[in-house]
Design a protein around this ligand. Structure first.
Ligand SMILES: Nc1nc2c(ncn2[C@@H]2O[C@H](COP(=O)(O)OP(=O)(O)OP(=O)(O)O)[C@@H](O)[C@H]2O)c(=O)[nH]1
Ligand SMILES: [Mg+2]
Length: 398
């Protein structure tokens, strides 16, 4: 493969053996992890610098026993107060993290798999040659970019390198990022509809993060000043309804629910009536992930769509397909199945914080042409972000 490069450049340009390159990658991943934990501990130190309670306690050792007991009690109280203050401040620091920093932290595992490894590989070559592109190919595949997308990316990159007579490995990453953006289609619309009234139907197999995403999304839309309502149309089990109500409480958003086993279309019907009478901007509908097979899924979604079309034709629609990034290429096959039975208008990709398989984003958007609209980078209410292609690519490649 890549014979052209072999012919073009001599093989003795490669400085390191494959073993040395592997060692370098491992080293740089370790260094990266150490840097991050050092950064976090510095943050914590900054918060807990003051006051030194142990020191204060020992300074009081001259006082009598009674005083000591009183002193101890008050120190205990103070320490408890400080602990609580510390926790609150830590949370504040977390909340105040700029969006980009939060995204970068959530994508750290993927970045170690891609950006850090790519830097090491590129640093180990003095010229662009056959093996360099093969090493890049391996990295992309191991970050779950997928075989088809990886081959297309590397082929396009090779063409650009030949066409522009590029020979400097340090330029390869910028070129690769550009190729990724082209393949993902810069012009695809990643924005969640801003229309009102809007119905967001949230679909996806079980456990991918539908309910959690609904909770986070309602809080966000509410913070933007929208009137939000949730319909608990996952009636498969009582716990699902309770879980949604808990999220509704957290986000301070009303949840329209029936009991376990009720007809999901009837819940949506009630949700629409409530949304109309309350003049809501957005109605978000949870759906069941346990539909076992495509025929059942199709039947249920058809019924729900019929109710929406009949009862709320004036409402704008979003069908958000939730996919779990930790399942890597499996997420692609789920997206293909859903694309056959309904019309997903966007993808919410969850659990990116827990995986090095974030490269799946590239394959999802370029192969299926469904825009990624939301990304989940943690379990907290504020860990849902709008998908911004440039920030995302910078976060995983740099
Ligand atoms: N780390 C992490 N965990 C997440 C994220 N999104 C969801 N989860 C977790 O994934 C698990 C499943 O989430 P749910 O929201 O219950 O998933 P669901 O799709 O509604 O599942 P069913 O109702 O069973 O179909 C929960 O433990 C969530 O906390 C995320 O972005 N990051
Ligand atoms: Mg659920």
């Amino acid at each position: 493969m890549f014979k052209w490069i072999k012919d073009k450049f001599s093989n003795d340009t490669k400085e390191n053996s494959v073993e040395e390159v592997k060692e370098k990658i491992e080293e740089s991943v370790l260094v990266e992890e150490e840097n991050v934990s050092e950064e976090l501990s510095q943050n914590h130190e900054a918060i807990s610098e003051e006051p030194n309670l142990d020191k204060k306690f020992f300074e009081n050792k001259e006082s009598n026993e009674e005083e000591k007991i009183i002193e101890n009690e008050s120190l205990d109280k103070k320490a408890q107060g400080e602990d609580q203050k510390f926790e609150e401040e830590s949370e504040e620091v977390e909340k105040e993290l700029p969006l980009l920093e939060r995204l970068k932290r959530g994508l750290l595992k993927t970045r170690n798999e891609m950006g850090v490894k790519i830097n090491t590989i590129l640093g180990s070559y003095v010229k662009i040659e056959d093996d360099l592109l093969e090493d890049l190919e391996d990295i992309l595949i191991s970050a779950d970019v997928g075989m088809t997308t990886t081959m297309t990316l590397i082929d396009n990159l090779r063409d650009t390198i030949i066409k522009n007579k590029i020979n400097d490995p340090s330029l390869v990453k910028t070129l690769l990022k550009e190729e990724v953006k082209k393949l993902m289609d810069k012009n695809i619309n990643s924005e969640l509809s801003n229309k009102s009234p809007l119905i967001i139907l949230v679909i996806g197999v079980n456990g991918v993060g539908k309910t959690t995403t609904i909770g986070k999304l309602s809080a966000r839309l509410k913070a933007e000043g929208k009137k939000v309502l949730i319909a608990a149309a996952d009636t498969f089990r009582a716990a699902a309804i309770d879980q949604l109500k808990t999220w509704g409480d957290r986000a301070v958003v009303e949840v329209i629910a029936h009991s376990e086993g009720a007809d999901p279309a009837a819940v949506i019907f009630d949700g629409i009536s409530a949304a109309k009478s309350r003049n809501s901007d957005v109605l978000i509908c949870d759906t069941a992930g346990r539909l076992h097979n495509k025929a059942n899924l199709m039947k249920e979604l058809e019924k729900i769509n019929k109710v929406i079309d009949r009862e709320y034709p004036e409402a704008a629609r979003e069908n958000i397909l939730v996919l779990d990034a930790t399942t890597g290429q499996n997420a692609i096959s789920q997206a293909k199945t859903f694309k056959e039975v309904c019309n997903p208008t966007g993808i919410a990709l969850t659990k990116l914080d827990g995986t090095a398989k974030g490269g799946v984003v590239i394959a999802l958007q370029s192969e299926l042409k469904i825009p990624i609209k939301l990304v989940g980078v943690g379990e907290k209410i504020e860990d849902l972000q709008d998908f911004n292609m440039d920030s995302f690519i910078d976060a995983i490649f740099d």
